[in-house]
Design a binder for this molecule. Structure first.
Ligand SMILES: C[S@@+](CC[C@H](N)C(=O)[O-])C[C@H]1O[C@@H](n2cnc3c(N)ncnc32)[C@H](O)[C@@H]1O
Length: 382
């Protein structure tokens, strides 16, 4: 990805990086089992695209990664059919989207100049008309309207399917107390429960409660057992910009999403350091040197990571307090529901904790693994 297309909107670069890093392994895995993938971009754009070839847009990045997976699978003798559905309400943006789509070969593409709300039936029909296709749906709005929970319910309940939603945290939290927006927020979250959850909260607590409430609401409607959150920070300020929420019904999906998130977080910190440096240079009119291998100052990111590690530990401890033993799979799922924490953190914590014992490991097994009937329990309780 060329940085210059993203100057001043580094948050979009991180969003695209996560999409890019996730879609390739997703397509390689799904391609082997399903033979067909339908990529649905509900808010396609192009939006603030600085590239004439649209390489800095979600639809182009997605098609590129899916084609890459198809070529790799072909080498193994596996055929993967690719399909896409693009929706864009703005006439001008739609014109450019259509031009792009007309040039793409070997992918069945449907484009709509409409609002998402009026395209839901068509999306579901398009998905259902292909045999054994696996849909991946990307919902990337500019605010909190147009993808109300009841509107997207038919998409969330498609089986199979995976969904990635951009939750515009900064705006949502800022306007959450606004009396005029009350009704639209209730439609976004599907109920007024979030008011209770946000009541009396401030700062990071408020941000987290809004994101967790939305995660829980979407998981419930779509019956998604696995949800991941990537927190995308403002490039120049120490605060959240938006969160990408990922929903799946398979642990493998969450595993791959977390890998994509981890790689993108490292890149995010480099991009933020560069954006902040260039801001300082503009203000002082003096150049600063930043060596390529210089670690960025990630104090804020690391403070958030510590926060979520604390939440993840508390959740696993709660599970252990409620049952004699807890499967490693359940602990893993509880842990990875938080942003900026990884499976390695869970393994390290379990290894270093004198209070937690492992059951069910084979003679040669030293570390717990998913899907192996490994258990955690409080040490001393056999
Ligand atoms: C954030 S931009 C999408 C960016 C794109 N997904 C990307 O990452 O390159 C949101 C787009 O959705 C369009 N849009 C806004 N409301 C919409 C709606 N209700 N239905 C469909 N498109 C909408 C906007 O015109 C804009 O182009």
């Amino acid at each position: 990805m060329e940085d210059s297309h993203y100057v001043g909107r580094e948050q979009s670069e991180v969003k695209h990086l996560i999409l890019q890093e996730y879609l390739l392994p997703f397509a390689l895995i799904i391609g082997r089992g399903h033979g067909s993938i339908t990529y649905v971009d509900c808010f396609s754009g192009p939006w603030e695209s600085a590239s004439t070839t649209h390489e800095d847009t979600s639809f182009s990045i997605a098609i590129g990664q899916l084609k890459k997976a198809r070529a790799r699978l072909k080498r193994d003798g596996i055929q993967l059919d690719l399909r896409a559905f693009f929706i864009e309400k703005d006439r001008n943006a739609f014109g450019r989207l259509q031009q792009y789509a007309q040039k793409i070969r070997g992918v069945e593409i449907n484009v709509r100049n409409a609002e998402l709300e009026e395209s839901i039936d068509d999306i579901c029909c398009f998905v259902r008309e292909a045999n054994r296709t696996f849909p991946f749906v990307f919902i990337d709005p500019t605010g909190w309207k147009g993808f109300e929970l009841d509107v997207i319910r038919p998409i969330l309940t498609l089986r199979p399917c995976e969904v990635l939603i951009n939750f515009m945290t900064h705006y949502i939290v800022r306007f959450a107390n606004n009396e005029e927006s009350k009704e639209s927020f209730e439609r976004l979250f599907g109920s007024d429960d979030f008011y209770n959850r946000l009541q009396g909260t401030q700062g990071s607590d408020r941000v987290d409660e809004a994101v967790f409430e939305y995660r829980d609401a979407v998981s419930k409607v779509g019956n998604f057992d696995y949800a991941g959150i990537a927190g995308i920070l403002n490039p120049i300020r120490d605060r959240s910009h938006f969160h990408l929420l990922y929903f799946s019904r398979h642990p493998r999906g969450l595993e791959k999403f977390k890998e994509a998130e981890r790689r993108s977080m490292g890149e995010m910190e480099q991009l933020r350091a560069r954006a902040q440096k260039s801001g300082r240079e503009q203000r002082s009119q003096q150049r600063e040197f930043l060596y390529a291998d210089e670690a960025p100052d990630s104090t804020y990111y690391l403070s958030l990571r510590e926060r979520y590690l604390g939440f993840a530990k508390a959740d696993v401890i709660r599970l252990l307090q409620a049952a004699d033993r807890v499967t490693y799979d359940d602990a893993w799922n509880a842990w990875l529901r938080y942003p900026m924490v990884w499976e390695k953190d869970l393994k390290d914590w379990v290894r270093e904790s004198s209070k937690i014992a492992l059951d069910g490991l084979g003679k040669r097994e030293r570390v717990p693994k998913l899907g192996r009937n490994h258990f955690l329990r409080f040490a001393g309780i056999a």
